[in-house]
Design a protein around this ligand. Structure first.
Ligand code: NAG
Length: 283
């Protein structure tokens, strides 16, 4: 028997096994601690994970846009879960690491417990499959609402203080999911992107959007960018902000991902509370 003949039965066997997975699975498959299999049943297949919808929009910072990452129903679900639990967004004081209010960030937000329901768990698994980063390295999804005039001035997602790196270490990457369209304004802007000069701007873009590479929010789209270089040093070009909303409102879901597990195991109760109470953003 030559190699080809052996290969074919092996291949068939493998195909059958891998077909078997989706047919059996009704929900998410979690194997070992973090091996994710996306469900592949009928309803899911209509909106399956499709890397061909991803384009790289910038090399410095490394940023990628995924069209229709979420279905309209998933977007609406995230908004409904968050709507009546929103609180004024906080930022981390860059010296003490303490969570404080600031005019730099004027949105409202709330954290959704990890895998709180099947929809959330499915979104979190999809993020893991897209980013190749472990599920346990992610913070809980934060849902944010920006009303007219509300914004987040350019900032980095990595922390300078040690306190905010105690759990999970540095933030390596951020996934921003747009849950609504915004009539005008509300763009995500990268003021230091090398692509900012080459991006064509139109009257549709706000003045703020013209100051960097801008991503216009579109319901269902997701933006992934890295705060660390592949060599694990911080990337200052990952500076980004949310332009003020001029008309309409902006709903956004954020997933911050760390270099190590963010799941609390032996964390003291007080620190746990601080971390859960609203993990702040670095300014
Ligand atoms: C890490 O990578 C960045 C970007 O390529 C580079 O500018 C920097 O010098 C590198 N640092 C180290 C310590 O390798």
């Amino acid at each position: 028997m030559n190699v080809d003949n052996i290969f074919i039965p092996f291949f068939l066997c493998f195909s059958i096994l891998s077909l078997d997975f989706p047919l059996q699975s009704s929900g998410l498959r979690k194997m070992g601690s973090s091996v994710i299999r996306l469900p592949n049943d009928k309803s899911y297949r209509q909106h399956s994970f499709d890397p061909s919808r991803v384009t790289q929009i910038s090399r410095h910072p490394r940023a990628f846009l995924y069209r229709n990452f979420l279905t309209d129903e998933e977007c609406d679900h995230l908004i409904e879960v968050a709507r009546d639990k929103l609180q004024k967004s906080m930022v981390a004081d860059s010296k003490t690491g303490k969570s404080i209010e600031s005019t730099v960030r004027t949105s409202k937000g709330m954290f959704i417990r990890k895998a709180q329901d099947e929809v959330i768990a499915s979104i979190e698994s999809r993020i893991t499959v897209w980013t190749f980063l472990p599920l346990e390295n992610g913070e809980a999804i934060q849902v944010l609402q920006y009303e007219k005039g509300q914004k987040y001035l350019p900032h980095w997602d990595y922390f300078q203080d040690k306190a905010n790196q105690a759990l999970g270490g540095h933030r390596i990457a951020t996934v921003l999911m747009y849950l609504s369209n915004v009539e005008k304004g509300g763009e995500t802007i990268f003021p230091n992107s090398e692509m900012k000069e080459s991006q064509l701007k139109t009257d549709e873009d706000s003045e703020c959007a013209k100051k960097g590479y801008a991503v216009k929010p579109k319901k269902g789209d997701a933006l992934l960018f890295f705060s660390l270089h592949p060599n694990a040093t911080i990337d200052p070009t990952s500076l980004h902000g949310s332009c003020p909303v001029i008309a309409g409102e902006k709903w956004l879901a954020t997933k911050w991902i760390h270099v190590r597990s963010f799941d609390r195991k032996r964390v003291s109760a007080s620190r746990k509370e601080r971390l859960q109470g609203g993990n702040p953003q670095s300014i």
